[in-house]
Design a protein around this ligand. Structure first.
Ligand code: UDP
Length: 459
């Protein structure tokens, strides 16, 4: 289509720098958002750490890559085996490195005008504002989870959390075990808890707070957030091919963490519609060996076809001979193109840790879930999956927090073929349509992104 005179020209002058927290689950949504901004005519760069650019394959498409240093360029955060020390190092090196990137462009036609920074990195706003840049905090977790950390920040939720449940404004009553684990077990990772609470430390100074969710998904919370911050929902940040289909070639995140097993798509092509259980616990979660065992025997017990992502570092927890004994029914891979897998007609259910990206992807693609949360935001996401959105089941855990094989088998069967499974599938279809609606012209996230682009372009 021919460009009208002047159209898009002012946008091309705005250079937006996007700064994700250096883990895969944050790079995916922020790169995806960066690509969406670039598709609107903005000049956009993204700053993964140098280590990320070496250890992952990143295809940022129209977005330029401006690596940042967290001071651990060789082995990433593994170089510093202490979360507190790593976060201090990230703040010091990251601030210096970000300053250099901004300075480099300061007097060029590519001058950076706006920083979209991961809300886990509040120091980035201080750097941006020293240069007079505008700042947008990008929240990669759900509004519900963010609200819990906000209440901690405000002193409305204190440690240790006592009683069986908590009742907080705009949230359903949450059993203590349904709070983010960093809060319910506040002693477990104090440095990470501090990081998450400090997301709000300077939020009163941001120009925008962007949330990777959409209005209808967390309606009451979004309204509540809007009272406090200049908040815009812009999610789900799933490639356009799976939502509004408006960006040509936007079919995947462009980030590959491990070697993918190309066979799995061919394997899925030979399966019938809705016949396969897909299992993945994301990029970080480590199952205790007993949980791996119970999951494995639960899968064998229900006798469906299954595709299971077991990262190389988790492989030795698989029961002896399990692979051989189940090779007629199952395919175990180290990593897969998850979006393509979830979009495949053969997938009948997704056994997931309920990481926020995986949850949004399943909602976008209408895939029913069995939620087996492990830590951080996952218990809260799993609560919403089962009780608020009705798109899955949460198996019960024993006194050690383990889902036993019989319970696992029962929940998978129920979702695949049971009475509750029928309701779950209906709800999954409903949410799939609502995600499309939010991302398409006239939808809430679509409109918010348009508004954001106009605002940063000085409109
Ligand atoms: N993922 C993938 N292939 C896999 C497993 C996961 O591409 O085999 C992607 C998945 O699509 C999602 C991300 O990894 O975008 C995991 O993010 P999530 O927030 O669900 O979990 P985390 O890894 O942060 O715990």
């Amino acid at each position: 289509m021919e460009k009208k005179e002047g159209e898009g020209d002012h946008k091309a002058l705005v250079h937006v720098l996007v700064l994700p927290y250096p883990i895969h689950g944050h790079l995916n949504p922020m790169l995806q958002f960066a690509k969406r901004l670039a598709s609107k005519g903005l000049k956009v760069s993204i700053s993964p750490t140098l280590f990320m650019t070496k250890s992952m394959k990143i295809d940022a498409g129209p977005v330029s890559i401006e690596p940042i240093s967290d001071g651990c360029d060789e082995r990433g955060h593994e170089e510093i085996d202490d979360a507190q020390l790593y976060l201090e190092q990230l703040t010091t090196s990251g601030s210096q490195s970000l300053t250099k990137i901004i300075e480099k462009h300061q007097h060029s036609s590519n001058k950076i005008g706006c920083l979209v920074y991961d809300s886990f990195l509040p120091w980035a706003l201080d750097v941006a504002q020293r240069f007079g840049l505008r700042g947008a905090a990008f929240f990669t977790q759900s509004c519900a989870v963010d609200a819990v950390y906000y209440y901690v920040h405000q002193g409305q939720l204190v440690f240790p959390v006592t009683g069986n449940s908590v009742s907080l404004p705009a949230l359903p009553v949450l059993r203590v075990s349904e709070l983010p684990s960093l809060v319910s077990r506040s002693e477990s990772y104090p440095a990470v808890l501090d990081l998450l609470v400090s997301q709000f430390s300077n939020l009163d100074r941001v120009d925008w707070a962007l949330f990777n969710t959409f209005d209808k998904l967390e309606e009451e919370l979004v309204r509540w957030m809007e009272e406090i911050f200049r908040c815009k929902t812009i999610g789900p940040t799933v490639p356009s091919a799976y939502l509004d289909k408006s960006i040509e070639g936007d079919t995947n995140y462009g980030v590959t963490l491990h070697d993918q097993n190309a066979d799995c798509m061919n394997w899925l092509n030979t399966r019938e519609t809705g016949s396969v259980v897909y299992i993945s616990f994301g990029s970080i979660a480590e199952l205790v060996p007993e949980q791996m065992d119970e999951l494995a025997w639960g899968l064998k017990g229900c006798n469906y076809y299954f595709l299971w992502v077991v990262r190389a570092s988790e492989e030795d927890k698989l029961p002896n001979k399990f692979k051989e004994e189940t090779q007629d029914k199952g395919l175990i891979v180290k990593w897969c193109p998850q979006l393509e897998v979830l979009a495949h007609h053969a997938i009948g259910c997704f056994v997931t840790h309920c990481g926020w990206n995986s949850t949004l992807e399943a909602l976008s693609l209408g895939v029913p879930l069995v939620g087996v949360p492990q830590w951080t935001d996952q218990p809260t996401n799993a609560k919403y999956v089962e009780e608020v959105w009705g798109v899955g089941l949460r198996p019960s855990v024993d006194e050690n927090g383990i889902v036993g094989r019989i319970e696992m088998e029962h929940c998978i069967r129920e979702v695949m073929e049971g009475e509750r499974g029928r309701d779950i599938k209906r709800n999954a279809c409903k949410w799939k349509e609502l995600t499309k609606e939010a991302s398409s012209p006239g939808g809430s996230s679509h409109n918010n992104i348009e508004e954001f682009v106009t605002e940063i372009s000085g409109g």
